[in-house]
Write a protein that binds this ligand. Structure first.
Ligand code: PRP
Ligand code: URA
Length: 208
């Protein structure tokens, strides 16, 4: 499974701001959307194009448009919602498949509580979005669900990834490409990423 850490200076800067303990809910939200947009740009670099011709202001003009598969964005609720607008700012026509997964705080096991996938998912590229890849349980459960529904091409965008989660994904779904703003150091004894961002869902929704 290829993992790509996006080392663009804007990403490094924005992620550094997100790590501040005293960041406001507003600022954290804005940065999650902005980095979400940059990761989308990176994850869509190889979308196939086709040539076509349109009527321009001076007559017929040859242009290009994205061909082939359409995209479904798959936010993992809740925290994935915090990247959704940023992703849709670049691909506004994408359909959204919402997946609800909660991590049990004691066992760290991923529990699925919602599955709202769009139609014709077998013909779409799925872009899963979630700020945090920790043990990998939530992402693995989402990929299992998408593959069971027939989805053939899946990519994941995460703000921060832990080596433990990357290794778990490598074992279970080596075909899924992951784009991240940072590969961090490790998980702590409670399954939180270090240095990480803390609880991303709580920071996005202002629940703590
Ligand atoms: C967080 C995060 C991921 C998951 C990562 O969500 O947004 O979905 O944990 O951990 P994992 O890789 O060990 O599965 P959480 O379940 O806390 O819910 P939330 O989105 O409501 O904050
Ligand atoms: N979920 C979070 O929000 N943060 C982590 O570090 C791990 C899981």
């Amino acid at each position: 499974m290829p993992i790509r850490e996006i080392r663009h200076p804007l990403v490094r800067h924005k992620l550094g701001l997100m790590r501040r303990a005293d960041i406001s809910t507003k600022h954290f939200r804005e940065l999650a959307q902005e980095i979400g947009a940059i990761l989308t740009y990176e994850a869509t670099q190889d979308l196939p194009l086709e040539h076509c011709s349109i009527q321009g202001w001076c007559g017929e003009v040859a242009v290009e448009k994205i061909s082939g598969k359409k995209i479904t964005v798959v936010p993992i609720l809740r925290a994935g919602i915090g990247m959704l607008d940023g992703v849709l700012s670049l691909i506004p026509g994408a359909k959204v498949s919402a997946v609800g997964i909660a991590r049990n705080e004691e066992t760290l096991a991923a529990h699925t509580y919602l599955e709202k996938l769009v139609s014709q998912i077998d013909q779409r590229l799925a872009l899963i979005i979630d700020p945090m890849l920790a043990t990998g349980g939530s992402l693995i459960a989402t990929i299992d669900m998408l593959k069971k529904a027939g989805c053939k091409e899946i990519r994941a965008l995460v703000l921060v990834a832990a080596p433990e989660g990357i290794a778990a994904l490598e074992k279970t779904h080596p075909d899924v490409r992951i784009y991240t703003a940072s590969i961090d150091q490790r998980l702590n004894e409670n399954g939180y990423i270090l240095p990480g961002l803390g609880d991303a869902g709580d920071k996005i929704f202002g629940t703590k």
